[in-house]
Ligand binder design. Structure first.
Ligand SMILES: C[S@@+](CC[C@H](N)C(=O)[O-])C[C@H]1O[C@@H](n2cnc3c(N)ncnc32)[C@H](O)[C@@H]1O
Length: 279
């Protein structure tokens, strides 16, 4: 990082800390949002917060964070961290297990959107009755799938394969989007429209959603920064229903939250999980 970018980054990180603290109290929240509703105030907050402000679309947030992203999703430290995080199930995984347990023995093919290096496969196979012949396909970014392939081959895993082609989801039994939908500008119903034979089951987990209009922010995990989209929950469910799906289960992933710095009232206090079936 060059010096000017590093300085600006330090300023943004401190501004984000201040906004987080001030926005956590009622008066501070009203002040931030009141000032932000005026056009001059919005411009000032936007300048102070830089890549940590809210954006209308994912690509705007991606452009703003690019110089500060530290490799984003494909940062090797991040890949190792996710693998470690998923060694044991997290609270929201248990809700997923509740819905997966019964259909699992009949599920032969799984498509895992944003499945990283296969960390959910390694975790779930310890908790669920996966078929010995199940084929679990991970869709992710190029460097991540290259690392995932190496790990799977070192571990002699035959049930796990990797792809960068969404069309591989055609005809699968189960579609998983865990902790990943927020990194796509299109919503899942929009992505599924391009697939002829849509999955019978859909598991969505650990996704921040909003009741507001769709918007984007940047998540700062310290070691990486990534742009993140918040889709409107009600529209998402209506769009799924139009595609012929019914929501049979919904839960909160309380282990995750997202603070919206310049609109604290839009902060997400728990991520969402959904279980859907094609009717
Ligand atoms: C937070 S991790 C989720 C990992 C795992 N599914 C879980 O539930 O713990 C998000 C994943 O989405 C992937 N991802 C983000 N943007 C993507 C894109 N445009 N195409 C494919 N994968 C993407 C990242 O590389 C990362 O592996």
């Amino acid at each position: 990082m060059e010096a000017s970018i590093r300085l600006r980054d330090i300023q943004i990180v401190w501004a984000a800390k201040m906004f987080r603290m001030i926005g956590a109290i009622g008066y501070g929240r009203r002040l931030i949002e009141g000032v932000g509703r005026t056009s001059a105030g919005a411009a000032i907050w936007g300048w102070i917060l830089g890549y940590r402000r809210t954006f209308r679309a994912l690509d705007e947030a991606e452009r703003a964070v690019k110089p500060y992203a530290k490799g984003g999703h494909e940062n090797r430290e991040n890949l190792d961290l996710h693998l470690e995080l998923n060694r044991v199930a997290r609270p929201s995984d248990y809700a997923a297990f509740y819905y997966l347990r019964d259909p699992m023995p009949g599920i032969k093919t799984i498509f895992d959107l944003g499945g990283n290096v296969g960390n959910l496969y390694y975790c779930y196979k310890e908790y669920l009755p996966l078929r010995p012949d199940v084929m679990w396909t991970v869709y992710d970014l190029p460097e991540t799938i290259a690392y995932g392939r190496t790990l799977a081959s070192n571990r002699n895993i035959a049930n796990l394969q990797f792809t960068d082609d969404l069309r591989q989801a055609d005809g699968v039994d189960l579609f998983i989007a865990s902790g990943s939908l927020q990194y796509f500008d299109k919503s899942l119903p929009e992505l599924l429209k391009g697939i002829d034979r849509r999955p019978k089951y859909i598991l969505i987990n650990r996704v921040p959603m909003t009741e507001d209009k769709d918007f984007a922010v940047v998540q700062d995990a310290g070691h990486i920064r990534v742009a993140c989209m918040l889709h409107n929950r009600s529209k998402l469910i209506t769009d799924f229903e139009r595609l012929g799906y019914r929501v049979l289960g919904e839960w909160e992933a309380t282990e995750l939250r997202l603070t919206v710095l310049d609109r604290p009232s839009s902060s997400v206090w728990a991520y969402t999980g959904l279980w859907l079936e094609r009717v």
